[in-house]
Write a protein that binds this ligand. Sequence first.
Ligand code: NOJ
Length: 549
Amino acid sequence: MNQHSSTADPVDGPGPAPSRAAAPSAHGATRWWRDAVIYQVYPRSFADGNGDGMGDLAGARARLPHLAALGVDAVWLSPFYASPQADAGYDVADYRTVDPVFGTLDDAGALIAEAHRLGLRVLVDVVPNHSSDRHAWFRAALAGDPAARARYHFRPGKGPDGQLPPNDWESVFGGPAWTRESPDGEWYLHLFAPEQPDFDWDNPAVRDEFRSVLRFWLDLGVDGFRIDVAHGLVKAPGLPDTGRTGQVELLGSAPLPFFDQDGVHDIYRSWRRVLDEYPGERIGVAEAWTPDARRTALYVRGDELHQAFNFHYLNAGWDAGELRAVVDESLGSLGAVGAPSTWVLSNHDVVRHRTRLGGGSGRARAATLLMLALPGSAYLYQGEELGLPEVTELPDAARQDPSFFRDNGQDGLRDGCRVPLPWEESGPSYGFGPGGSWLPQPAGWGALSVAAQTGDPHSTLELYRTALRLRRERPELGDGEPLEWLHAPDGVLAFRRGSFVCTANTAAEPRELDAAPGEVLLAGGPAEGAGAVGGAVLPGDTTVWWARG
Ligand code: NOJ
């Protein structure tokens, strides 16, 4: 008997589960996550309930009906915990409280309850690689408490006066990964900003603390966790030099002594045991940047996590050969450990795929329909259902991404995908909230709003709604039938899954298929609507879903 199942959870599990994946498996479990479509809410930019210009939990709760109508299965919330916001909340000062900017713990409970009432599951972020420099443990460490210091990586510097960093590690945000605590003190490690000191996961106190943090949120009713920098917790013994120069890439795949060390897997085995103490299949999703899908698969072995983000897919260009190789590698490696693949095109760290893929809204829609036809689970990033482009014209004075302020860092352009959503066609922040918006929204943003697109059969929003409905209705999709590649002309990806066929033309020009694979179910590309896909000619940058007779 589950030790928690006898105590009433403050929040009931999801109501009528919208996904057909919720059918019980032979083991009685739902395995809902194997083909869930999970929507990322970036709370500061989703909806603002109190009019201070920053999104919050009350605002997000009020907008949940949009997500239920869109047809997603679950919501993942980026961090809303107490934080000085040096990295937009990925610098956590207290893992068990809500930052006043976002609301209160009651607001979190109310959001979870309302999501469940609407049939949506809720994942929250957990940030275990580093804390904020304002976390009580790090403050105690700087004050000299030896037990607290042992929970982080403090080291003497090199050189006669210890004035050089202990090794050659570079921060992902640019500059050295070490900061000296005082002019004659030790150095501490931070793989990200100096305000984000890395925990030492060899220390049992750190391990105990995070199992307790997981239970805290599970007790509040969350359905799982997205695990930030899941591949970074364990560092190679002795913290050896990398011997390389050059910037560590965000979402990169280079082998490094501070990423993807084998020791991380013990941690996730112990986390899985915590998740399994709770009813209803609570899940863990790794944000793990790894060299290849084989290494990613290690995170989702049967006794570890449930899913891992597929950044190799996100990083692939709009190119048939490249995409097919990533799909094959993902299905092969993850299938070998019995795990579903996940697919993702956009998130809060990358240029929105409408802009990144370089083909405007048509290519972005084609890419989305291809992704949603693949076997497994898919992640959507807020606003992609509106076809939002990256905002490239932000004034420097408005920027908040910490990497923008660090020399030689990443390009610091992550603010461009974080501009608050337009909900209404007009108003001071296009319905984002009753006040302004923490990042300026471009003129014309209202034309892309939920209100403007609802009911327009040619809109990106209605295409997403239809695609998600079909994905739910057709048993071949999601975790349904296996993928079988079909012969296709250059630049075209074609595959069948039972009686469902997907053809994606990544070329800019039309391509002729041998024959129409069936009846058109849905088409997404620059030529809108099924009517435009005449005969067996596939317009450029277009994906078509077909049903075989
Ligand atoms: C990955 C998160 O997605 C990103 O936004 C953050 O800056 C880093 N991890 C550090 O926590």
